[in-house]
Design a binder for this molecule. Structure first.
Ligand code: XMP
Length: 505
């Protein structure tokens, strides 16, 4: 399958380049700036991303591009554009007027392939302190803005183009046209669709797994569910799915999810391990210790179940692309490992299979729809692996779980009834280790406080608190306090991420 390689120089918007190309039905892979896959014959073009550095910084990334430049169609974006100018004898300096934000782009050469269908004064988004001040002789400037003489250029004897603005960001109105023009330069077929993905993945899984047996941990979320359906299509009964009730699921979640899976024809074993988890967690207050105990409890249950089925060779996981990109991260910032069964493959000598490892979340949803999965399952909010365990602050008891499940159920059902569920990325309730005074009837009460949390987000890396209607919040507060025994106060969390996080622990 043909692909575009995006070399990541560390810009915050590199992932967006990938998304835009995928939206154009073009398959692409993001790799660190110095990890170009030289032997991969399916590469039809290369994009150089932006970077937090200036090309003049001593710590800037300066890879040798001799295996790429002039050999593949190449598009430099921002730092990528400046780096190509810099290594070709041009000069990059701090601009007089630093260009951030909106600018109006006018093509100079309307015949140029990258500028096809771009009108004069098209809005683009700039974000750089440096600018190219000396343009090498063999470069041809193809577009400018008021402040940037060389907003886009082409290297004439090669298939190399560059833009100093960011075509991938939403505010560059012509961004998709520019990227599409580049794909046409590459001669791309642009046939990366959910249906094609399913067909090629199922074929590949069939070939790779043949008659082998696979075990998969279902979480009820969309990623593991779509992975299961794909594998089921490929190997049917050779797939065993395990769904563990750790006592920290939402109210009736275990039954509901098992029911959903039954409809999908999956071979699912539901394990009730509530008591095991409650016992291990008793009296533990420290959030990290709780997380570790939950993780280990899960591994223990899973390990036991897998051992019962001796002939299993593979462990399947619903890992998706952002997890992979984060673990490849060149700037070495956040590296999350949210995988429920981390640690298992080595322990049990299982080989790992991750059918969704190249997809973004919205693509997983598109694939799920194409597979005919029900919309409720596909649109389900993300839910953390340790479940309500990280939403009960302090130690965990079955009684606290009951309180939280009841309040959470009212809140989530309320969101659905008020048609707000799909407007938010994720929502939940947190049980605080705080009691407060209230009055119910003629009696003074001294009971628990809970916090409602609902956020909007695109990928959980950043999030904002959802502006839910006051009337809705009032209704929720009333209903929770009236119906949930043990709660006499409800608050709404109005913190964004950063500086807060989505979960409280
Ligand atoms: P934070 O709290 O870091 O959460 O802003 C970001 C996203 O990750 C989820 N989350 C987890 N998921 N295991 C998981 O599988 C975990 O330990 C975990 N902690 C947070 C959180 O619900 C949100 O979607």
């Amino acid at each position: 399958m043909e692909k575009i390689i995006i070399l990541d120089f560390g810009s915050q918007t590199t992932q967006l380049i990938g998304r835009r190309l995928r939206e154009l039905n073009m398959y692409c892979e993001i790799v660190p700036y110095n990890k170009f896959p030289e032997k991969d014959e399916s590469v039809i073009g290369v994009i150089l991303s932006g970077s937090p550095f200036s090309v003049n910084d001593s710590e800037a990334f300066k890879p040798d591009l001799s295996a790429i430049k002039g050999k593949y169609p190449l598009l430099g974006i921002c730092y990528g554009a400046q780096y190509l100018a810099y290594i070709s004898g041009g000069k990059v300096e701090k601009g007089d007027s630093r260009e951030y934000g909106r600018a109006m782009l006018t093509p100079i050469d309307k015949e140029d392939l990258l500028m096809k269908n771009i009108s004069d004064y098209s809005q683009v988004w700039m974000s750089h302190g440096d600018t190219i001040t000396v343009v090498p002789d063999h470069f041809k400037i193809i577009a400018h803005t008021r402040d940037v003489k060389c907003a886009a250029y082409r290297i004439e004897e090669e298939k190399t183009w560059s833009v100093q603005f960011h075509p991938e960001v939403f505010h560059t109105e012509i961004g998709t046209t520019i990227l599409d023009n580049f794909l046409n330069i590459c001669g791309a077929k642009k046939d990366w669709t959910p249906a094609n993905f399913i067909e090629s993945t199922v074929n590949q899984l069939k070939k790779q797994l043949a008659n082998d047996k696979v075990i998969l941990a279902l979480s009820g979320g969309v990623d593991s569910s779509v992975s299961a359906v794909l594998l089921n299509k490929a190997i049917g009964k050779n797939l065993t799915c395990i769904f563990v009730d750790n006592g920290l699921l939402r109210r009736n979640e275990f039954e509901k999810v098992l029911n959903d899976y039954e409809h999908l024809g999956l071979n699912v074993v539901g394990i009730d391990a509530k008591e095991h988890f409650y016992k291990e967690l008793a009296g533990i207050k420290d959030p990290e210790k709780k997380r570790k105990i939950i993780g280990k409890g899960f591994i223990d249950v899973f390990d036991r179940e897998a051992k019962k089925r001796k002939d299993i060779q593979w462990l399947a996981q619903g890992t998706i692309y952002p997890d992979i990109i984060e673990s490849l991260s060149i700037t070495g910032t956040t590296i999350k490992s949210h995988h429920n069964v981390g640690g298992l493959p080595e322990k049990m000598n299982l080989k790992l299979i991750e059918p969704l490892r190249l997809l973004f979340k919205d693509e997983v949803r598109r694939v799920g729809r194409e597979l005919g999965m029900n919309e409720r399952l596909i649109r389900r909010h993300p839910f953390p692996g340790p479940g309500l365990g990280v939403r009960i602050l302090g130690d965990i008891t079955p009684e606290k779980v009951r309180i939280l499940q009841e309040a959470d159920d009212i809140f989530i059902n309320g969101l659905r009834e008020w048609n707000l569920y799909d407007e938010v990325w994720q929502a939940g309730v947190i049980l605080l280790p705080v009691q407060s005074v209230g009055v119910m009837g003629d009696e003074r009460t001294y009971e628990n406080v809970i916090a409602l949390r609902a956020v909007t987000s695109a990928d959980a890396m950043t999030a904002d608190w959802a502006r839910l209607p006051y009337d809705f919040l009032a209704k929720m507060s009333n209903e929770i306090i009236n119906k949930v025994r043990g709660v006499n106060r409800v608050v709404y969390d109005v913190s964004s991420k950063p500086p807060s996080t989505i979960e409280w622990e």
